[in-house]
Write a protein that binds this ligand. Structure first.
Ligand SMILES: *[C@@H]1O[C@H](CO)[C@@H](O)[C@H](O)[C@H]1NC(C)=O
Ligand SMILES: *[C@@H]1O[C@H](CO)[C@@H](O)[C@H](O)[C@H]1NC(C)=O
Length: 303
């Protein structure tokens, strides 16, 4: 029995190679890559697993790749807290490059922090081409507060909060804590710009990297979903690329009011003018939406 199973497993790759058309969706669906949020993994049957299944039911024949960062689900979950984001992005890039099913391009959907990570993929790895990026509760200008963690990871959450308070921009915390790499302190703007290893880089805070600007504009659409009763993300404006105004922690500004947009350091103003930015809002707490809402509002972007 065991031998027979092994035999099937060993034979499978041979079959795949022999019948090369299996890689191609013959019914015109665009593959979809999804990236999970903090405390979650690629394959949790209650979250990303269910999401993948639902999308496969809605769009028949679609290839959905749920990114796993690491060798297994446990590593994938831990890496969402502790692995340098720049390294995670380059791991994702190499998975995408090596996947023959994505050769012709793909759509991408990121959940929570997975959304800003996928934006970095768009900016840094233009091949294979990302077509539409959907950010579901992403934090494109980072966060300034961690009021609540999703899932059952509250002890980790308390630890993270302590580390962030002790000095989010110290080299040690930056290097080892994912959430520190998108910590955006409006009262310490210089520290943020100088020491944020991930967010300040992809948001062109130190310099304008023309490659980032060019690559992001290759997207056909950049869709941002905001959760109107979000109690996890602070400030919630970051889900639409807005943030707190620099120098204080009360008033917020929209993307369109920001310097990033006014100087168009990332190409977002140009994309907005070209009708490539869609801002969606939905009732509910962080990542809480119904299948009906998803089907009516997001599935059309994936067809
Ligand atoms: C698309 O192709 C897949 C197999 O590659 C098949 O399972 C699916 O039913 C097809 N969908 C349509 C709409 O023809
Ligand atoms: C700009 O981004 C590209 C793509 O990630 C990178 O290869 C390059 O080194 C960056 N340039 C600068 C000046 O940082």
């Amino acid at each position: 029995m065991r031998a027979a199973l092994l035999c099937v497993l060993l034979a499978a790759p041979v079959l795949l190679v022999a019948g090369s058309p299996v890689y191609k969706s013959d019914n015109g669906t665009v593959p979809l890559v999804i990236w999970h949020g903090m405390g979650d993994s690629c394959c949790n049957p209650l979250s990303m697993g269910a999401m993948k299944k639902m999308i496969e039911e809605e769009i028949s024949g679609i290839y959905v790749l749920s990114l796993m960062i690491g060798k297994n689900v446990v590593q994938d979950t831990e890496n969402g807290f502790f692995l340098d984001v720049n390294e995670q992005v380059s791991m994702a890039c190499s998975q995408l490059t090596q996947d023959p099913q994505l050769k012709g391009g793909y759509n991408a959907m990121g959940f929570s922090q997975g959304a800003q990570f996928l934006r970095a993929v768009a900016q840094r790895c233009p091949s294979p081409p990302m077509k539409t990026l959907i950010s579901v509760g992403g934090q494109h200008q980072g966060v300034y507060g961690l009021p609540r963690c999703p899932g059952e990871s509250s002890h980790i959450c308390d630890m993270i909060r302590k580390a962030l308070n002790s000095g989010a921009y110290s080299d040690l915390v930056q290097k080892h804590l994912v959430q520190a790499q998108y910590w955006h302190d409006p009262l310490n703007d210089d520290l943020y710009k100088k020491h944020s290893l991930f967010l300040a880089d992809i948001n062109q805070e130190r310099a304008v990297n023309e490659t980032y600007k060019k690559n992001l504009q290759l997207l056909e659409k950049f869709v941002m979903v905001k959760f109107l009763q979000d109690t996890v993300v602070d400030p919630v404006d970051t889900e639409w690329f807005g943030f707190l105004k620099t120098g204080q922690a009360k008033e917020t500004e929209t993307l369109q009011e920001s310097l990033l947009y006014k100087e168009d350091r990332l190409g977002l103003a140009a994309m907005d003018k070209a009708g490539k930015l869609d801002f969606l809002a939905t009732k509910g707490d962080h990542l809480q939406f119904s299948r009906e809402w998803f089907t009516a509002n997001l599935v059309p972007y994936l067809q």
